[in-house]
Design a protein around this ligand. Structure first.
Ligand SMILES: [Fe+2]
Ligand SMILES: [Fe+2]
Length: 131
């Protein structure tokens, strides 16, 4: 397992927690497919993850705009950095289908980023938005 649900902090908005939990499930499925060398399945899950990540970020951004959240530009900038990082890995995957590149990214970059991002930004945002 790449990441356990309890490793990601719960925030004060149930919808955001549900989005995070679904993403963790998908990440773990992608991780297993990559580790077992099931390229076809991993490819499908990479596409699903690309859509899921964009949904995750744009949903939070819409919630922040509706609630006039003061931290919107900073929170969105952190999403935008990850959008760029992920796009590089996604494009490299489409070109080379090298599981190790994606596995390294997930373990060394994405999961540590997600933990920190949720603790730093999503939690404050959720407190502002409420449930
Ligand atoms: Fe989030
Ligand atoms: Fe976020």
């Amino acid at each position: 397992m790449l990441v356990r649900p309890n490793e990601i902090q719960k925030v004060a908005n149930m919808f955001m927690n549900a989005v995070h939990e679904d993403e963790i499930d998908l990440l773990n499925d992608l991780y297993e497919a990559l580790r077992s060398g099931d390229i076809e399945k991993a490819d499908r899950l990479m596409d699903e993850f690309a859509v899921d990540l964009e949904d995750h970020f744009s949903t939070e951004e819409a919630l922040m705009r509706e609630a006039d959240f003061f931290g919107y530009p900073m929170h969105k900038a952190d999403h935008d950095n990850m959008r760029k990082e992920f796009k590089k890995v996604y494009d490299a995957w489409k070109e080379r289908k090298n599981p190790k590149e994606v596995l390294d990214f997930l373990k060394e970059k994405f999961v540590p980023w997600l933990k920190l991002h949720v603790a730093q930004w999503d939690s404050v945002t959720a407190m502002h938005i409420g449930d």
